[in-house]
Write a protein that binds this ligand. Structure first.
Ligand SMILES: NC(=O)C1=CN([C@@H]2O[C@H](COP(=O)(O)OP(=O)(O)OC[C@H]3O[C@@H](n4cnc5c(N)ncnc54)[C@H](OP(=O)(O)O)[C@@H]3O)[C@@H](O)[C@H]2O)C=CC1
Ligand SMILES: N[C@@H](CC=O)C(=O)O
Length: 425
């Protein structure tokens, strides 16, 4: 039987997962492809580590040796950072290989260049594993929603953050302990700051934006916040109020502008992502014809991520084509928002401030309140004047209630003095 020769760049959590999946699912792959897939070479950084691989496999720290493998058809990439991943995959395409990557940092920055190169060379770039681990969102958008216009994407995109928030809430575990567990389970990035500070979810959102809209917002314009400031006390108060803290990545195109953010928000039981727990990710896509489509699955980990890469492999070898991509197209509703700079968001927010000098709640639309450890927790319905006040006080802890906030014109120049008094600004 003919062999399909492949190489692996990286042999950490994901690389080992791919190696294992190709072995445990050898028969299934043979049945689908009619040929056996064999890893011939593995690129690593540290050549001195022992690797548990078959004797015939070349393990090297020199990428040129990988490229010289005779008859190499597929390169799986699961290393870390923009470089050298981008250079390696560019060279692999030029050499005539199809490439399949899990590296979202690299792909968010260079995906378009790689896809263009692949198209010219009639090769394939698989990137299902870059976004939401084993959850099949990339091909759902690229292949199953080609005609639909996508209006918005709302998602939980970082498995580590969702795992931490779930375990803090449900088991009362401290942040650092759960993070350590997420690292042991292979969910976290090599530098977990990328997970807990929201960078990882940001990169994934940019990949989804490029795929859904054919473009991304200016990266600097996307509000990005991680979960490092979310405390056990906040989680407990919000739980009593019926909310969960979820780290949501959201993007919506409104005429010629994007509105996007990656940050912790409050969700109530009516929200579609309320039940997405632990390492699970979910992506809700709002479309012009199909309505709301939600895909959920394991967002991180060895085998779910390997699953995405191996499924990419079967796709390329069966169809021998690249993913369909949305071209940058004019959105349905014409008009510019440039002149609408005076808009703000109004609706429900949880606000936390010092309770010292707490004066009561007269005249402010306060839905819930609680004083705990010298802090006052307020659930407020925010008017335009209050929204301005919140925006101008970055030290104040503010959580948006997902689905309960909408845009409004800023008409009042006056600050809401009552709220100012209540939260002692
Ligand atoms: N973990 C997960 O659940 C998921 C991870 N990803 C992405 O997949 C990629 C790999 O993640 P993961 O397996 O968790 O990471 P690990 O840290 O577990 O493994 C990284 C691997 O890459 C190798 N490596 C790093 N830098 C280089 C380099 N410059 N040249 C050659 N090899 C290098 C390392 O070599 P050595 O062994 O010698 O140190 C190691 O084998 C990342 O881009 C990550 O963002 C995507 C989806 C899910
Ligand atoms: N560190 C990432 C891994 C998958 O992309 C996460 O936790 O989601």
């Amino acid at each position: 039987m003919a062999l399909i020769k492949a190489a692996l760049l990286g042999f950490g959590t994901v690389g080992q997962g791919v190696y294992e999946a190709l072995k445990t699912h050898r028969e299934q792959l043979k049945a689908v492809l009619g040929e056996e897939v064999v890893i011939e070479g593995i690129l690593v950084k540290d050549g001195s580590k022992q690797r548990d691989v078959d004797e015939h496999v070349l393990v090297t720290t020199d990428f040129e040796e990988i490229l010289q493998i005779e008859g190499l058809q597929i390169v799986f990439e699961a290393i870390v950072g923009e470089e050298p991943g981008f250079t390696y995959l560019s060279k692999a395409l030029e050499k005539g290989c199809h490439v399949i990557t899990a590296n979202k940092v690299m792909f968010a920055r260079h995906g378009r260049t790689l896809l263009d190169k692949a198209e010219k060379l009639e090769r394939f770039v698989g990137f299902e594993a870059t976004t939401a681990g084993g959850t099949p969102i990339i091909r759902s958008i690229a292949q199953l929603l080609q005609v639909n216009e996508i209006h918005s994407v709302e998602a939980i995109l970082n498995g580590t953050s969702n795992y931490i928030l779930t375990n803090m809430r449900e088991k009362g575990l401290p942040f650092q302990d759960v993070l350590k567990r997420a690292q042991e389970l292979g969910y976290a990035e090599a530098d977990p700051a990328s997970d807990i500070e929201g960078h990882d979810a940001f990169f994934k959102l940019m990949i989804l934006s490029e795929l859904s809209f054919g473009e991304t917002p200016e990266w600097k314009d996307v509000e990005r916040k991680g979960i490092t400031d979310v405390t056990s006390e906040q989680i407990a108060v919000f739980k009593d109020w019926g909310f969960k803290v979820k780290h949501l990545a959201r993007i919506r195109r409104d005429r010629d502008q994007f509105i996007s953010s990656v940050k912790p928000v409050l969700v109530d039981a009516a929200h579609p992502l309320y039940g997405v727990e632990d390492v699970q990710n979910a992506i809700m896509v709002e479309t012009s014809l199909a309505g709301k489509v939600t895909v959920q699955g394991a967002g991180a980990g060895k085998l779910p991520t390997a699953s995405a890469m191996v499924e990419d492999l079967t796709y390329v070898l069966q169809s021998n084509s690249t993913f369909a991509r949305k071209k940058k197209i004019a959105p349905f509703a014409a008009g510019s928002l440039a002149e609408e700079a005076d808009r703000t968001l109004v609706g429900e927010y949880a606000v936390i401030g010092s309770s010292v000098g707490f004066h009561g709640t007269d005249g402010v639309d306060i839905l819930k309140q609680e004083v705990k450890d010298d802090l006052v927790y307020l659930l407020i319905k925010c008017q335009a004047s209050t929204a301005e006040l919140l925006e101008e006080n970055p030290d104040l802890v503010v959580y948006e209630v997902a689905g309960k906030v909408k845009e409004a014109w800023v008409q009042s120049e006056k600050k809401d003095l009552l709220l100012q008094k209540v939260i002692n600004l």
